[in-house]
Design a protein around this ligand. Structure first.
Ligand SMILES: [Zn+2]
Length: 144
């Protein structure tokens, strides 16, 4: 009998439902500011300081604000693949939340085809494997 590979995700950072993946953020009930990763202690708006924060799903789609491709492996503890494969990091603006969220571009997308303003959606993909575990992370996938 073969053990089924375990799937490991960063708990509390993202989820999925029948509509697909979403990031888990928080929204201040006093000033309406959004945060990702979610804040649990206090609002980070210096003019607010409220401690009332609701956990909320963030918009699933946003627009490319910027991107860059990393051609060198980050130092440990970053789990770089061997041999190292360049990867693209995308800064995505979520208009409703008025925030920018970083994430990898999905592996099967062409970074050269990515343009500022392109619509992308959040998806959950494998990030790296260790032992029998597959660690997942959110990534941005261009919307056709
Ligand atoms: Zn606030």
């Amino acid at each position: 009998m073969t053990a089924k590979p375990e799937v490991v995700e960063v708990e509390g950072w993202f989820g999925s439902d029948s509509d697909g993946a979403y990031l888990v953020g928080s929204r201040c009930t006093a000033c309406g500011s959004y945060f990702f990763p979610k804040q649990t202690f206090a609002c980070r708006n210096p003019r607010c300081g409220s401690t009332e924060l609701d956990e909320v799903p963030l918009s699933r789609r946003g627009r490319v604000w910027s991107s860059t491709t990393n051609h060198f492996a980050p130092p440990p503890p970053y789990p770089a693949r061997e041999p190292f494969e360049p990867y693209t990091v995308v800064a995505v603006e979520l208009p409703a939340e008025r925030m920018v969220v970083l994430g990898h571009l999905v592996r099967d997308a062409d970074p050269a085809a990515l343009r500022i303003g392109d619509e992308v959606e959040v998806v959950i993909e494998p990030f790296y494997e260790s032992g029998d575990a597959t660690h997942t992370v959110w990534k941005w996938r261009p919307v056709p």
